[in-house]
Structure formats: structure tokens, C-alpha cells
Design a protein around this ligand. Sequence first.
Ligand code: HPA
Length: 267
Amino acid sequence: MLEKTVKLINEKIGDFKPELGIILGSGLGELADEYCDISIDYKDVPGFEVSTVSGHKGRLVFAEINGKNVVMMQGRFHFYEGHSIQKVVYPVKVMRKLGVKNLIITNAAGGVNPSFNPSDLMVITDHINFMGQNPLIGINDDSIGTRFPDMSEVYTPEYVDLVKKIGNELGIDLQEGVYMALTGPSYETPAEVRMAGIIGADAVGMSTVPEAMVAAWAGMKVIGLSCICNSAAGVSTVGLSHDDVIKAANKAKDKFKKLVVEVIKRI
Ligand code: HPA
């Protein structure tokens, strides 16, 4: 299947060779509207699913941004949509086969760290996989990565430093911290959020970790960026809603785009 998908995409993009991948999270998809040279709907890509979440489009977008050939996922597949974890990470394997070496993974997240505010951006330094799933279970594809991959530097430290430096230069305040993934689709209870904080999480969300694990396994360099859309349950007294999450992401999207476009230039 992987070979078939890659062949079809290569037929559509011709001699465009993507070197950098971006997975765009909830409310952050605008980058792919602004920069779009070629697009392919997920429904036309063998092995891809159709994204069912509102606020997520479903297409692959190819564009030259700041001199780099970029492939963007405008909309991702979540485990909570009922897709198998294999389907969730399939696009990352496809990107690897297309030649992508650097991957920027973005998401909307809830802030566990009480010093975080809605619409803050957080650079991910590490993660906790609390999904009860490991996307690397199964026969190992040795053409992509090794059976027992090291996960000690999933989020390339030199890129974490670079993102912080760029944030500084652009006057964008950045938080940094550990992202913990749960399956969703329900938000956490206050007790779960307390647990998340105790075991070392700064933010909670429902994505990113499977994709980041597969990217690390595949030898890609990963940057993780969270838009902190709300204080996680119990951290503030305000209730949570998907609408508020999208609103906070919308508020952050201009600084997010500015940051990402500069990061693209410098990696
Ligand atoms: N929890 C989990 N995922 C999220 C949240 C949250 O509070 N906000 C946005 N995505």
C-alpha cells in the first residue's frame, strides 16, 4: 500500500520533492490556504482516511515556502475518530518515503501548567504517551526504522533551541514543556489533569505523540508546537468546549504562522 500511495502522489507532484512536512492541528490549517501550489484531497490518496472533525480540512498541500519544499497535512487523523493507530501514523510513513527529513507537528492542547494562558504557544520538549497504544507494534518495516528505536530525543533539542531563539527575535512569547497524549474524545477530568501534572505534563491533548514516535523511528527530526487553547479541566474554573478551543486557536494563528514560516526558513 505504501508504495502505491507514494507512487500516486509522485505522479501528481511531478518533480516537486518535499523536504519538510507539517501536520496542521485544529484551527491552525490556514497556512495551507495561504501557501498552496498543489493539493490532493485525502479521499484521492490510497490508504488515507477522511478527516471527520470540524475545523479540519482533509488534504495534502504542497508548496514552496521561504525557499523550502513543504508538504502539509491540512487536517490529521485522530485515534478518537475510530481510525486504527496505524491509519493515524500512515501519512508520516508516506512523508518519509517522499523524502521528508524534518517534520513540524502542531496541535491544540489544554494547559496543565498553571502559568500557561489560552492562546499561548508551547514548544514541545518531550512527551508522555498515555494513549495505551504504540504505533510501532507489529512487524517492523526495516526499510524505515529499527525494531527498538531510541525515544530519548524525539523532539530534536537543537530545533527546540532554534524555535525559542526565533520566538525571541519575533517578540513571540513561547512556553516550553511536556505534552501528554490521551485518546479523547472527552476532555479530561480534573483528577486526570492533576495526575498529568504530577507525572510531569505541562499540556494535554489527543494527537501528535503517535506521529512523533513514528517520525523519530523513521529518523526524522521533529518539532512539536502546541497551541494552548484552554486551561485543562480543573486548572481554571471555566468549562471546556470545542468552540472555545477553536476560538483560542484562531486568536493564536497569526503568531503561529509567523513563527512557523520563519522556522521553515531556518531548518
Ligand atoms: N484536553 C485535551 N485536548 C485538548 C484540550 C484539553 O483540555 N484542549 C484542546 N485539546
